[in-house]
Design a protein around this ligand. Structure first.
Ligand code: GTP
Ligand code: NA
Ligand code: MG
Length: 405
């Protein structure tokens, strides 16, 4: 007998891009709200979820403060995003964080739509942006590729329908489905402590249905859901696949990326949360977790092991030289995949990306700075730094030959 398909679910769309390229303003235009104006200093501080109804279809949007939060969630297995809208200001063009956001989205394997924003600005040059991004693999449809570029002006509200159409089109191609009757799988995307309501967590449901009255375990905390609110703050009684909800009734404020599980009683919830805290404490007590090359190489699902690399260098010129030298290397028993290359010190974002993608970080004339060293230690990420390009290339050549086993 044929297996019945789960019902369709709305796409979950995350908006990413360089600082001030207009992510929040674009969402404002989509929602016709005025969030960006109210933000402290105009900077997005938390992940907000909102639901938009477009021609009878729902689209769930997530506004992120940055790609680190996005990849941190992925590192915890909490992938809620189906589509990334990469916002690029058409006057400023591709910036370092545009590239980082793009590489984080690529590493996550999600569909990407480019919004060419600030088209109202006199210096807007969409062709230049398309050229820059095409060089990074996002070939526009109009050039025979498969990336949709949508020119918009968030501030004037122009091109918004085209963007929503593009999202619906991609969502249809992805054929997104979620079973409201399946066991609950939901993830925390943000949380806060409210003076009156206590700990609150915004969750996005992946599968199943979350309901008021449910007993839940949320990582190391738990509770009985006393109330749920939709993206507008209105009370709701349930949330199905793809839908966001703010939940009230848990004991403590959970971290973003935490899985929400449903159990049968408050006692069971308390017991599992307690055992989760014990596990977490044990983990923290363990000395440095070794994140070895073997682990990096064996994590690939391809037949041939793949060495995932994150390359950082001191200048654009040296970065290019290293990349060119690596691309010329003969492929041995191991394939090489540069998932991110950038100029600057090895950052927290690089470490989080390395963890989520099981990658090796290679620095040329750069090192990790300050607190990043601590994060590398905690996460057990492998970092190699070089001052001589031949040493770097030699080591990588040896790795590719499969000498390190
Ligand atoms: P972060 O969350 O801080 O990374 O910024 P963001 O990408 O959300 O950008 P935000 O929406 O805060 O916009 C940054 C600035 O660009 C604001 O002053 C906006 O008014 C302006 N802006 C956004 N979109 C447009 C646009 O289409 N045209 C013009 N001219 N200005 C825009
Ligand atoms: Na901003
Ligand atoms: Mg913003």
């Amino acid at each position: 007998s044929e297996k019945e398909l789960a019902p369709k679910r709305p796409p979950v769309v995350t908006v990413m891009g360089h600082v001030d390229h207009g992510k929040t303003t674009l969402l404002d235009a989509i929602r016709r709200t005025r969030v960006a104006e109210r933000e402290v200093g105009g900077i997005t501080q938390s992940i907000g979820a909102s639901v938009v109804n477009y021609k009878g279809q729902k689209i769930v949007f997530i506004d992120t403060p940055g790609h680190e939060a996005f990849t941190e969630m992925r590192a915890r297995g909490a992938m809620v995003t189906d589509i990334v809208v990469l916002v690029v200001a058409a006057d400023e063009g591709v910036m370092p964080q545009t590239i980082e956001a793009l590489n984080h989205a690529k590493a996550a394997g999600v569909a990407i739509i480019v919004a060419l924003n600030k088209m109202d600005r006199p210096g807007a040059n969409p062709d230049r942006v398309m050229n820059q991004l095409a060089a990074m693999g996002l070939i526009p449809e109009s050039w025979g590729g498969d990336t949709i570029y949508v020119p918009v002006s968030a501030i004037k509200g122009e091109g918004i329908e085209d963007l929503l159409e593009a999202i619906i089109l991609i969502a249809d191609l992805l054929d997104l489905r979620g079973d409201p009757e399946a066991p609950l799988k939901a993830y925390v995307i943000e949380s806060r402590l409210d003076k009156g309501k206590g700990p609150l967590a915004t969750v996005v449901v992946r599968e199943g249905t979350l309901r008021v009255g449910d007993f839940v375990v949320v990582g190391t905390t738990y509770g009985k859901i006393r109330a749920m609110f939709d993206d507008k703050g209105d009370p709701i009684s349930s949330a199905g696949p793809s839908m966001p909800a703010e939940i009230m009734g848990i004991q403590d404020v959970p971290e973003a990326g935490t899985l929400v599980q449903r159990v049968d009683s408050l006692e069971e919830a308390e017991r599992i949360a307690k055992s989760n805290s014990d596990l977490q404490r044990d983990k923290q007590q363990k000395t440095r977790k070794e994140f070895s090359l073997e682990e990096i190489l064996s994590s690939s699902e391809e037949e041939k092991p793949v060495l995932n690399l994150i390359l950082k260098a001191d200048t654009a010129g040296s970065l290019e030289a290293v990349q060119n030298a690596l691309l010329k290397l003969e492929k041995g028993e191991v394939d090489m995949n540069i998932i991110h290359a950038g100029v600057g010190a090895i950052s927290d974002g690089d470490v989080i990306l390395a963890e989520a993608s099981k990658a090796l970080i290679v620095g040329f004339n750069v090192r990790p700075v300050g607190k990043t060293n601590k994060l590398i230690e905690e996460k057990g990420i492998k970092v190699l730094t070089y001052r001589i390009i031949y040493d770097l290339v030699d080591d990588m050549a040896n790795l590719l030959k499969g000498l390190v086993k």
